[in-house]
Design a protein around this ligand. Structure first.
Ligand SMILES: [Zn+2]
Length: 212
């Protein structure tokens, strides 16, 4: 048995439902959530849905769960805006997100996205980490996320996305699903499904802090 770090009696598999809610396991942990894109940079658009809106909706739900568990949470954006001033380029927008995390003294940085590719058959989440570090954060999130939505997913991979490479704290970028798949697109814009995504990522973050 892998004992729960909150009650020390239950198994890791049972700790969450029984133990969180009573206690605040994330007190003293600072989480920066980065809803990808926004404003001038909408990200993927497919079937009339915008990636930036989905990222923000899930981030809001995730923020609520993290705060309830005692975490200090900062979001890089809370509205449909870009972060860099008008006329600046995409790198400046991404660097602004890195700056938010640095100022907040984040313990972890989690960037939320959805993917959009020519192959419309692909579904399920994938998680990315900067090469050589943060593997355990991406892995914890991917494991709990796929479990929560009963998806196989595409595992975890190293990647050189700007916000992964330039953040110094552990960082993960989560592609929560494919906006290119028509059925998954309808899920991704559904509030109940977004809540499942947030719940899975939340459990991954708690598991990372408690067990890694
Ligand atoms: Zn994106």
């Amino acid at each position: 048995m892998r004992p729960c770090k909150i009650c020390h009696q239950k198994d890791f598999g049972e700790w969450y439902d029984d133990c969180i809610g009573e206690d605040k396991p994330l007190v003293n942990h600072v989480v920066v959530l980065d809803p990808g894109h926004g404003g001038a940079y909408s990200g993927a658009i497919n079937y009339g849905f915008r990636e930036s809106d989905i990222n923000l909706a899930v981030a809001r739900k995730l923020r609520k769960k993290l705060k309830q568990a005692g975490a200090t949470v900062t979001m890089t954006r809370t509205r449909d805006v870009n972060l860099a001033p008008p006329g600046a380029n995409l790198d400046a927008d991404l660097q602004a997100r890195v700056d938010v995390a640095k100022r907040a003294k984040a313990d972890i940085f989690v960037s939320l996205h959805v993917d959009d590719i020519p192959n419309i058959n692909l579904t399920g989440p994938a998680s990315y980490f900067p090469k050589g570090r943060s593997y355990s954060l991406a892995c914890a999130i991917q494991t709990h996320l796929t479990e929560e939505i009963c998806a196989e997913g595409h595992g975890v991979s190293p990647a050189d996305f700007y916000v992964l490479v330039h953040n110094e704290m552990p960082a993960a970028l989560i592609e929560m699903g494919y906006l290119s798949n028509p059925a998954e697109a309808l899920c991704l814009v559904d509030s109940a499904y977004q809540n499942l995504l947030a719940e899975g990522i939340f459990k991954g973050i708690v598991s990372y802090f408690l067990y890694e």
